[in-house]
Design a protein around this ligand. Sequence first.
Ligand code: PLP
Ligand SMILES: N[C@@H](CCOP(=O)(O)O)C(=O)O
Length: 518
Amino acid sequence: MTSFSLFQASPSSLVYPKSTSFNQNTKSNHNNQSLLFLKPCNSLSSSSSSFDRHNLLCRSSSSDDHGFSAKYVPFNADPTSTESYSLDEIIYRSSSGGLLDVQHDMDALKKFDGEYWKDLFKKRDNTTTWPYGSGVWGKKEWVLPNIDDDHIISTFEGKSNSYWAERFGKRLLGMNDLWVKQCGISHTGSFKDLGMTVLVSQVNRMRKLNHNIIGVGCASTGDTSAALSAYCAAAGIPSFVFLPADRVSLAQLVQPIANGAFVLSLDTDFDGCMKLIREITAELPIYLANSLNSLRLEGQKTAAIEILQQFDWQVPDWVIVPGGNLGNIYAFYKGFRMCQELGLVDRIPRLVCAQSANANPLYLHYKSGYTEFKPVMADTTFASAIQIGDPVSIDRAVYALKNSNGIVEEANEEELMDAMTLADLGGMFTCPHTGVALAALFKLRNKGVIGRSDRTVVVSTAHGLKFAQSKIDYHSKNIQHMSCRFANPPMQVKADFGSVMDTLKKFLSKDRPNMNSY
Ligand SMILES: Cc1ncc(COP(=O)(O)O)c(C=O)c1O
Ligand SMILES: N[C@@H](CCOP(=O)(O)O)C(=O)O
């Protein structure tokens, strides 16, 4: 981080006036109430037959009319527990110090059948009505049912493509049903936008309710900080970002700087930053934005719902997610399970959490049969955003894996960089974390765990452009102890016709290790 020094603004200069001009996807578009909520016909026990799909545009009502609600409860609590907290409270831990979870009133949601929800989500897919065109807020009743639309801070995030990796899958893995969910093709270039819209919207609401919140803070390996600072800047809320010095990419570092966050570059690793932000947020009225805060996962879970929607509600066999702080693997589990509970699908996929071998506490825990969890000191990895040794959501991850018949796999540096490069050579532009997930897929295919016709979704978590330096290093064969066997370095050629012709003829006459060979 030392090579990039910029003047840093003081926190007081970070509050911007709220934007007043909106495009067509705006909050001013309130007259079109049709997509707010759709009443079932006659009774609340709507069956698909009693639901008039032709009349979607004529009827509406609000979430509150239906008694939808959500609250914090202790994560995986004993069924007899009555402990719960309002989402308007500032609380990150249960009374016993455990994790929290957002619990929805499932009985209220169940008054509407699976077909009803499918229709509603589909109807909202292409709307410009604020905020329902967002992939997250299109599922508002399942996310934050009681927030005012006017309090929502959204970039119309979500709805990322599920890319059919046809050539990559067929040629390299013998698979014909391999998909990459492109969560990194997003406002700030990672899946964190999905959770951050929820968290920052709730903070916006709480500030309007006069809670004493002077800003929002996070520890980050580079993606949470980018999302937090962007959504806070959009809302006019100060953001505070703790980054491990020299451990995030330049592209990630510049994101919160550009968005006006107060950036602290700390001489420690992510786990050290996480410890500090927890201590600081306990002392100062700065709201904690890491996934320890279960609000974030409510947004992130919508990626799972989207996957099902994109397959016309056919359930994939496998979903592979790279894991670091381990909130996301649980968010996927939660999204899938909610779809099952509410009758949209009849089963959930098996989950795979993929870790870098240099930062693999969950993998070791899995290998030990989930006996006592031991944090590790995470080593440097090209998958720098998951260089995490003491994940805050370890309990959530174990729960998700146990309840989805899940697996944990790991990938070393060469495996993850080769996998990332091969995916790129097949037309993608993946980040190293997606490389970890793809390398896990290679291993599970080789072991015969994942079958050739299993429908498999690899979750791509960040945009490859954030990690361009790792690709440059690889293609320049500039990485110690790595053969970089799929490198495709540019040729230096004299700028005259003869030299260019000679070079091309030579290239065309030999077996060449470029993408067409793989
Ligand atoms: C690009 C990227 N991929 C994967 C992850 C892992 O997500 P989680 O921390 O929720 O396990 C992170 C952050 O940790 C990330 O930034
Ligand atoms: N990769 C993350 C690490 C922190 O994860 P979080 O989901 O708990 O915020 C990052 O980009 O900071």
